[in-house]
Design a protein around this ligand. Structure first.
Ligand SMILES: [Mg+2]
Length: 187
């Protein structure tokens, strides 16, 4: 019997899209603390140019497709995997979501694209979609979500591939990768 292609789900931000904030986050955390202290204003709004740049990086920080996307699309074209985008982005980011999908997968080789149009909690949305799509693998960068899915879905066949960042690199997990490129090599 011919083996069915693996059903693989991908998070968007931080997985299919490269997110520089993953690296500069410690700097931002520091800056935010410093700025908040100075302003004594919880609802801080960026004032000068530098502050605006940091704010942009923090809030709209997926700036380009991750290295490894081309290799991933190749796997899909070769029918080695069925790929799904499952992003917990809220409804208000729909336009940006569609724009990125067109950049990542211009020929629509992926099997489906899903974002969080009912504005559920991100981890609940992902759990629901993983079950619905009967995914074999889900690729995620956020450790909190990986941890939740690991606990909630430990009786399912699901494998969670985790793309870690420098700060989380000492956390133990069975399927742990430094980048999308490494994930694609494993698929
Ligand atoms: Mg993410």
């Amino acid at each position: 019997m011919k083996r069915q292609p693996l059903r693989v789900g991908f998070d968007l931000d931080g997985v299919l899209l490269y997110n520089p904030a993953r690296i500069v986050r410690p700097i931002i955390v520091f800056l935010k603390k410093y700025l908040l202290k100075r302003d004594l204003d919880k609802f801080y709004y960026p004032k000068n140019r530098l502050e605006k740049i940091f704010w942009f990086i923090l809030h709209k920080s997926s700036l380009w497709p991750s290295p490894g996307i081309k290799e991933l699309v190749k796997l899909v074209k070769q029918k080695k995997i069925n790929a799904y985008v499952v992003s917990a982005r809220y409804e208000l980011l729909e336009k940006d979501f569609t724009r990125w999908i067109n950049i990542i997968d211009p020929n629509k080789d992926f099997s489906g694209y899903f974002y969080n149009n009912k504005n559920d909690q991100p981890y609940l949305f992902k759990e629901k979609m993983i079950k619905k799509l009967k995914l074999d693998i889900y690729v995620e960068d956020n450790w909190d979500i990986v941890y939740y899915l690991k606990l909630k879905m430990k009786n399912e066949k699901l494998k969670i591939f985790w793309i870690y960042n420098i700060l989380d690199q000492y956390i133990k997990h069975q399927y742990k990768f430094s980048s999308l490129k490494e994930v694609v090599k494993k698929l």
